[in-house]
Ligand binder design. Structure first.
Ligand code: ATP
Ligand code: MG
Length: 361
């Protein structure tokens, strides 16, 4: 008998600002993890696609960039965006084409109070007091890219930004959200729209949701308007479990959710191609944070959690559990960065996670 070690090929895109710092930390943690468990290895290929590339060469990725990515088992992404490039250019130059072209039509964003982390909400004290999964539509909606600007001069201008909702697009993400809800103990799904004011796309979304709901009689459902949802998340966080919303709404709600759970620096996201016809992509929800970039103080927890989600997607459940347990041991011990009220830097938190593997092995 010879034992086989599985090799997972990972495309690594650090991007800009703290994206490069937190991906370095995550790669270190993943290397230590595979060395500790020795059941799999990760083969990283780095792509230096960033705002610096754009400023020099006029594009974020080469014309065959998406084709190159398709050969990998997963993509690990840091963050993109830099003050000297308009944000819509960096987003549309890199992250949005990857999500759309590689069929990553759901973005799963778990938000949970980690042990040792303090929420700004009074009623949220223990890990588990806030435990949500936000399922974000990731391929269409308000981010369709359709629209334009016309008649623009100093006094006039007309701009349209068209939201596109297709039956296929809404149905598949709603069904995915129901499956997520069904897999969690509370079996509860909240749909968020704005169907009082937006009478076409949002009403359509509601209708498709109630149709799909008939297939899941074991899942409790409710519906919220996005404005009222921000209030409920803040005042009654324990009443929520799984949440499904459009591309834009879920983006906004997940920043709020992360802040309520302690910091934007801890929240992970998985851009999933559920049929696995192309690689999925894993990234923390935060951006490149130019205000703290280059100082080595970024919180790496969102990057570690995203890395855990990636190895789980690749079938390495044990590794994902070990990594998350180590991260939560570290937050519990108060070894945290400034955004969580601690005194450590990125390196210190990464070392602390490493020490836990070493003790465990
Ligand atoms: P994007 O457009 O890519 O979503 P953004 O403009 O929303 O980016 P971020 O880069 O996420 O902004 O930063 C928002 C704030 O959160 C900044 O003050 C930043 O310093 C802080 N922040 C973001 N990520 C982290 C992190 N990992 N650790 C500490 N602070 C962070
Ligand atoms: Mg943001």
């Amino acid at each position: 008998i010879h034992s086989t070690t599985k090799v997972h090929r990972i495309a690594l895109i650090p991007g800009d600002g703290i994206g490069t710092e937190i991906t370095t930390a995550a790669v270190r943690a993943l290397r230590q993890l595979s060395a500790t468990l020795s059941t799999f290895t990760l083969d990283f290929t780095q792509f230096p696609w960033s705002s610096a590339t754009y400023l020099q060469e006029g594009h974020y990725m080469p014309s065959d960039g998406l084709a190159q990515l398709k050969k990998f088992d997963a993509i690990y992404f840091g963050a993109v965006g830099w003050p000297d490039v308009p944000d819509h250019i960096s987003l549309w130059g890199l992250i949005l084409p990857i999500r759309k072209t590689l069929g990553q039509y759901v973005n799963v964003r778990p938000v949970r109070m980690l042990d040792g982390v303090t929420s700004p909400l009074k009623g949220v004290q223990r890990a588990g007091d806030l435990d949500w999964v936000i399922v974000r539509e990731n391929s269409e909606g308000e981010y369709s890219g359709q629209g334009g600007i016309s008649h623009e001069d100093e006094l006039h201008g007309v701009a349209t930004e068209v939201s596109v909702f297709t039956r296929v697009g809404v149905e598949r993400v709603v069904r995915f959200a129901f499956e997520v809800a069904r897999g969690r103990p509370r079996r509860k799904l909240t749909m968020v729209t704005k169907s009082n004011a937006q009478r076409h796309g949002m009403v359509f979304w509601d209708k498709v949701f109630w149709e799909v709901a008939r297939e899941f009689p074991d899942v409790e459902t409710d519906k919220m308007l996005v404005d009222a949802m921000t209030v409920r998340m803040t005042l009654d966080p324990k009443s929520l479990d799984t949440i499904v919303a459009t591309n834009l709404h879920a983006d906004i709600l997940s920043d709020l959710a992360a802040a309520l759970a302690g910091s934007i620096g801890i929240a992970p996201s998985s851009n999933l191609n559920p049929e696995r016809t192309a690689p999925s992509m894993f990234e923390p929800i935060h951006g490149s944070a130019p205000d703290i970039a280059g100082k080595g103080v970024a919180n790496p927890v969102g990057a570690f959690w995203s890395a855990a989600e990636m190895v789980r997607w690749l079938g390495e459940d044990k590794a994902a559990d070990v990594l998350m347990e180590a991260v939560e041991n570290v937050t519990r011990a108060g070894v945290t960065t400034k955004d969580l009220g601690g005194k450590e830097n990125t390196e210190g938190v990464t070392e602390a996670v490493h020490d836990i593997y070493t003790m465990a092995s």
